[in-house]
Design a protein around this ligand. Sequence first.
Ligand code: 13P
Length: 253
Amino acid sequence: MPLKRKILIAGNWKMNGLKKDARSLAAGLAKKNSSAKNQSVEILICPPFPLLALTADTLKGSGIKIGAQDCHSQLTGAHTGDVSAALLANMGCTYVILGHSERRINHGETDKQIKMKAETALAAGLKVIICIGETLKQRKAGQTLNINRQQLRYSLPVGASASNTVVAYEPVWAIGTGQVATPEQAQDVHAAVRKTLKNKLGSEEGNAMRILYGGSMKPSNAKELLALPDVDGGLIGGASLSVKDFWTIAQAT
Ligand code: 13P
């Protein structure tokens, strides 16, 4: 019998929003989730660091979880401008997104650094969402599966299990472009990721670990993507900035 993995719908607000936006987005979603019939979906919001406290307060009691978009690889110390996983946990975060392509590209983050961050985050009691994904150039060169397998192998933390780690496949060419992966393209990579996870973690953990799709997921394409056998949720950027769109995606399962 195929294993049932709980769908995770995660909103990555990236560097968007002011206090008033966070308040109204979180309040709108909290209201919807509190009266929702379908509680079988896990919903997560990842705002910018300074909005974490306000968003957590606004979401209190709604059942919606809160996460961050990055953390440092050390638990504490002299790291000006950085934020520790311990503080994130202390602020009420359950998850942290690590290795997003915008951090890999804009900040030169490597698989090794992402792995270190993830191990520290796990030690602080957070769950991690490890992002992987190929560029258009790599896809055109036929390197898609190899790139994703490689990023996964080297950025997955020691101690990763289905209960503390989620993988997010986000093709770089689909992020913020409106050019979503076709169901075939998404399932192809997700199946390869699943196989790699099984090889690395054993069949049981590899089967149980959730793999999210991210990259121009919208109300109009979410249902089709979320119905794929190895797609266990979404990591949503642009559409997570609208209560209506994000909620529609969360209900599309
Ligand atoms: P978009 O949904 O805006 O394409 O962003 C996806 C993403 O990068 C989520 O982390």
